[in-house]
Write a new protein. Structure first.
Length: 291
């Protein structure tokens, strides 16, 4: 007797959606002072207390090219755990969806796939809640199975160190954070024998203001650039994004929404924007539950 089986990629995407629903409906645990994310792209310096853990669900929509129809969705489920009061670890499980039609330089595709995993360690050097400047360092190795831009089958191994700064003002009602990061990549297209190397440098910053109990509103900016063969004299492209963000938190869970349109990029192919390597608009929703 023949049975209908759900494709693995569809089942995997459903698991992400079920996890998000569970987070929103099931936050019964008391909230600890933890790594609450005020921004979608910029990390804060605080970490989880020892013995506590937290689950995040990320969903990042990337849309718009110079022509045709381009929609991509990055899904991440992240688990964090506080090993000590200064050190926390994270594990990420990733999926990616592409819906591309009639975009120059891209194959048409409509697919959802498992897209690898990564881990991270974050060490707090100084808490932003003890006065002065909060500082943390972060290291993330990982593996991806598909190109985020095109959806092509590509093996990518990467290592990303990050410096995190955070400063709180006016009794923690105003939060400022900035990140400096470098991502070292080794990439292999399956139809090619050789591996390619690339260095991505990123700077992000955000400012958020608590305008009502549990609610923050602010703005965030992201600048990203890529250098071929990891040579700083071989700039391949850069893009600059900026836009608003909204953050809500209660005793059980928190959520952050960030909207980042591309302001400018190089090499430009549509006005002042680079729509070959980047998208017109990125929108990220993050939901976290603390245990």
């Amino acid at each position: 007797m023949k049975t209908n089986r759900i494709p693995t990629s569809v089942a995997f995407a459903r698991l992400h959606l079920l996890a998000l629903a569970a987070f929103l409906l099931g936050g019964a645990a008391p909230r600890a002072f933890a790594d609450e994310n005020y921004f979608g792209y910029t990390y804060g310096a605080e970490i989880l207390p020892k013995g506590h853990w937290e689950i995040y669900q990320w969903a990042t929509s990337r849309t718009g090219k110079a022509g045709g129809s381009y929609r991509a969705l990055d899904l991440q489920t992240e688990i964090e755990y506080g090993f000590t009061d200064r050190l926390q670890g994270s594990f990420y499980l990733n999926a990616i969806k592409h819906d591309i039609s009639r975009v120059s330089g891209f194959d048409n595709r409509d697919q959802t796939r498992f897209n690898g995993l990564q881990g991270a360690l974050k060490y707090n050097l100084r808490s932003p809640y003890k006065g002065g400047l909060g500082v943390a360092v972060y290291l993330e190795p990982g593996y991806k199975r598909y190109s985020a831009k095109s959806g092509e089958r590509v093996d990518t191994f990467f290592l990303e160190p990050k410096l995190i700064l955070q400063k709180n003002f006016l009794d923690d009602t105003v939060i400022w954070a900035a990140n400096f990061s470098a991502e070292f990549e080794r990439e292999h297209h399956l139809e090619e024998k050789e591996w390619e190397s690339e260095l991505e440098l990123q700077f992000s910053t955000g400012l958020s203001y608590r305008f009502a109990p549990n609610w923050f509103v602010g703005a965030e900016a992201l600048a990203t650039s890529a250098f071929e063969r990891m040579h700083l004299d071989a700039l391949g492209e850069y893009g600059i994004f900026a836009g608003p963000n909204l953050h809500y938190a209660n005793k059980q869970w928190w959520a952050t929404l960030t909207v980042l349109p591309q302001l400018t990029g190089w090499p430009e192919n549509k006005g002042r924007r680079d729509l070959e390597h980047f998208e017109k608009l990125q929108v990220r929703l993050k939901v976290g539950v603390n245990f």
